[in-house]
Write a protein that binds this ligand. Structure first.
Ligand code: ATP
Ligand code: MG
Ligand code: MG
Length: 588
């Protein structure tokens, strides 16, 4: 393997390791030890990162970037990466998502159990700590209960150019806030009637520091804590506490959280002053989220595609979810290569979808066994081949990997070939079948085209040829006749007629939904859906493909990479999905 390319986050970690920033950190010494195994000694992990999805949807290709980054850093620097469910919002979270997320992370090749002990965490397990920390903020004069209405709060927050106004409740006695906060917890107040706010600065140029809310009342059942709580922490408060509680060192998030960093530092600093957390504290670093052309990477939009039945569920092979990509035949190694190749930067940009496809082609080219498939079949009859007879031809499973061996493909008098491998009247430079021309049947004989038949509508139905018996591939006479064309085929009597889905891009525009319509109205990403993103055909496959196991990947020679569908395949009757063509053939 090649050494990973340097990036600004790696530079920061290298500097921290050099300076021993986290060397003094102990397992014991912060409340986070409750979730670790306290040893009392220095933390043996040099760095800790985390991947913190909210279990409110399926992971997508953007998350893969974050997973490869966080788990990759831990691996490369002898650290630990925590798999943490950021499940502090009770409303949208479900066990179904938790299960799918853990499965996808493992599928990508990462394992929170690979670092000695398991590092799987649920932020909702820290509600007691978050609550205690909030009481401390009140007691230390750093938080207050605000009874303004949501509307008043919004107005008094000010704008980018106008400072905010202090709440009339801002300077209420500490004890009063503490009592009210406890009553909030005990269910004595209605949802939305009051919130706990950090007391920072209503005139701060950073709106996120204008006394952000840190706790709200919400009577909602939580998938982990049930009905124990009717108050829940806000995300911007919960997240830094989760990081600190778990002893995370480098908390890596996407750029939209840059403005939250001052609050992240503020809250952790206050809790360290109070002895609830210990230095060194985690630090937040932001990187550019992945934007990929021809794709949408937003849970909200992905949910809409599923709910409007524009796709067949979350794992539709056209979906940019990891479950969809998996069904499409994309390989985990391809995602890891992609993450490495696009790198990490601090500037937002769009990555071309073809870069991802090229990564998949690269890993599949190296790993996928070759098979023969005729996708658009027309009959080829070898008139001088005995009827009812067949013979074995030998096809290597991988041209660069002889150790993968070969398989037998039967040849007989009637074959299927690709319709495009025959032309009644050849165009210039066409070396395949046309009357009078010779081609090699790959792994078989040289044949000479003699004639063809058409139906009433003028479609070619049968091509006729004669074979040259001394020219079989792998025999001494193979090279006695030189031909320019080399075509693939399957024996009609032995072929497996299979359902094959030819997938294409789900969106026909590179930047779905961006820009305006001709009448000046805003485009919607749904306007840019590609109406021809899947074509289902019946293809003629070589017999060995009948035994393909779900998720087995192949290169269909001259066509591309295909996978046996994990859902719709039956034993002995696999259905195939096209993962990616051999070359980029995208045309709008
Ligand atoms: P979405 O914006 O699609 O709703 P999210 O950011 O809300 O996704 P989370 O479950 O909160 O989803 O994300 C978990 C982690 O994945 C976060 O650390 C987040 O920064 C990262 N992540 C999400 N989307 C992307 C992306 N497009 N590129 C890189 N990282 C991402
Ligand atoms: Mg989120
Ligand atoms: Mg988001």
């Amino acid at each position: 393997p090649v050494a990973p390319a340097s990036n600004f986050i790696r530079n920061i970690i290298e500097r921290d390791l050099e300076q021993g920033t986290y060397a003094s950190r102990r397992w014991a010494g912060s409340p986070g030890d409750a979730v670790h195994q306290a040893t009392g000694g220095p933390d043996p992990a040099k760095i800790r990162t985390r991947f913190p999805p909210e279990p409110n949807g399926y992971l997508h290709i953007g998350h893969a970037k974050s997973i490869c980054l966080n788990f990759g850093l831990a691996r490369d620097f002898g650290g630990v990466c925590h798999m943490r469910f950021d499940d502090t919002n009770p409303e949208k979270e479900e066990q179904e998502y938790v299960d799918s997320i853990t499965e996808s992370v493992k599928w990508l090749g990462f394992d929170w159990e690979a670092f000695g002990t398991s590092h799987l965490y649920f932020a909702s397990n820290y509600f007691d700590f978050m609550y205690r920390a909030a009481e401390y903020l009140i007691e230390s004069g750093n938080a207050y209960v605000d009874q303004q209405s949501a509307e008043e709060m919004r107005i008094n927050r000010g704008t980018l150019t106008e400072p905010g106004k202090n709440s009339p409740w801002r300077d209420r006695p500490m004890q009063e806030s503490l009592t009210l906060f406890r009553e909030m917890r005990d269910g004595k107040h209605a949802d939305g009637s009051m919130v706990l706010r950090a007391k920072i600065d209503m005139a701060s140029p950073n709106i996120n520091l204008r006394d952000p809310a840190i706790y709200r009342i919400k009577r909602a059942h939580h998938h982990n804590t049930g009905d124990k709580w009717c108050i829940y922490p806000m995300y911007t408060y919960a997240h830094p506490l989760e990081d600190a509680y778990e002893g995370v060192t480098h908390s890596i998030c996407t750029l939209e959280f840059e403005d939250q960093r001052p609050f992240y530092d503020w809250v952790l600093e206050k809790l360290a002053e109070g002895g609830l957390l210990a230095h060194p504290l985690p630090k937040q670093y932001e990187f550019a989220r992945l934007n990929l052309t021809y794709v949408v990477l937003s849970k909200r939009k992905l949910i809409e595609l599923v709910e409007k039945q524009l796709v067949n569920g979350w794992d539709d092979p056209r979906m940019p979810t990891l479950v969809g990509a998996r069904r499409r035949g994309y390989a985990p190694e391809g995602f890891r290569l992609f993450a490495e190749r696009i790198g990490v930067s601090k500037a937002d940009s769009w990555i071309e979808y073809t870069i991802l496809e090229d990564c998949m082609r690269e890993v599949l080219n190296a790993s996928a066994e070759r098979r023969i498939a005729v996708l658009d079949p027309v009959k080829l009859v070898i008139d001088n081949y005995p009827e009812g007879q067949s013979e074995d031809c030998h096809a290597p499973n991988h041209p660069q990997k002889p150790e993968l061996g070969h398989r037998v493909v039967p040849l007989s008098r009637e074959l299927w070939i690709e319709r495009e491998d025959f032309m009644e009247e050849p165009v210039k430079g066409y070396f395949r079948l046309f009357p009078g021309n010779m081609v090699r049947l790959r792994y078989g004989y040289v044949v000479k085209c003699t004639s063809y038949e058409k139906d009433a509508a003028g479609h070619v139905t049968v091509v006729h040829c004669e074979y040259l018996p001394d020219t079989k591939s792998g025999t001494p006479g193979a090279d006695s006749v030189k031909v320019k064309g080399n075509i693939h085929w399957v024996s009609a009597a032995h072929a497996y007629a299979a359902e094959v889905r030819l997938y294409d891009r789900l969106f026909k525009e590179a930047h779905p939904g961006q820009g305006k319509h001709e009448d000046g109205s805003d485009r919607d990403y749904l306007d840019d859906i590609n109406p021809n993103s899947v074509k289902t055909i019946t293809a003629q496959l070589e017999p060995a493909l009948k035994d393909a196991k779900p998720e087995e990947r192949f290169q269909f020679e001259r066509h591309g990479y295909f996978v046996a569908d994990s859902k719709d395949s039956q034993p002995g009757k696999p259905v195939f999905n096209r993962t990616v063509t051999l070359r980029d053939a995208w045309q709008k």
